[in-house]
Design a protein around this ligand. Structure first.
Ligand code: FES
Length: 109
């Protein structure tokens, strides 16, 4: 399969991201859920629950986890892993903050 690096994409201002809430962002043809955590970090994951496609940006955030709004699966927003007793993972994206601007790094896989 062809691999393509889309690169670093600006998704907005750090201060405009709501704390402990998700935001849906479309980059290239991917939909991402971006979270500004209460500890100040910004995380980006695929905006689709591996269970039945729940929209994770609409989930409740607690610490480094988001709870899927459909059936409450708990997913770590840093490594993308679904927490036990459920199983699975979502893709994660590296984020950087420079000059109050938030970027995500996208690669095609
Ligand atoms: S779709 Fe996310 S827990 Fe079911």
């Amino acid at each position: 399969m062809e691999q393509r690096t889309v690169g670093k994409v600006l998704i907005g201002n750090y201060e405009d991201l709501p704390v402990s809430l998700g935001k849906a962002v479309v980059v290239d043809d991917k939909e991402l859920a971006v979270f500004r955590l209460s500890n100040g970090k910004v995380k980006a994951i695929e905006n689709k629950c591996p269970h039945r496609g729940g929209v994770l940006s609409e989930g409740m955030v607690s610490g480094e986890h988001v709870f899927c709004p459909l059936h409450d699966w708990k997913i770590n927003v840093s490594d993308g892993l679904v927490q036990a007793p459920d199983e699975g993972c979502v893709q994660t994206y590296k984020t950087t903050i420079e000059d109050n601007k938030v970027y995500v790094e996208i690669t095609d896989q």
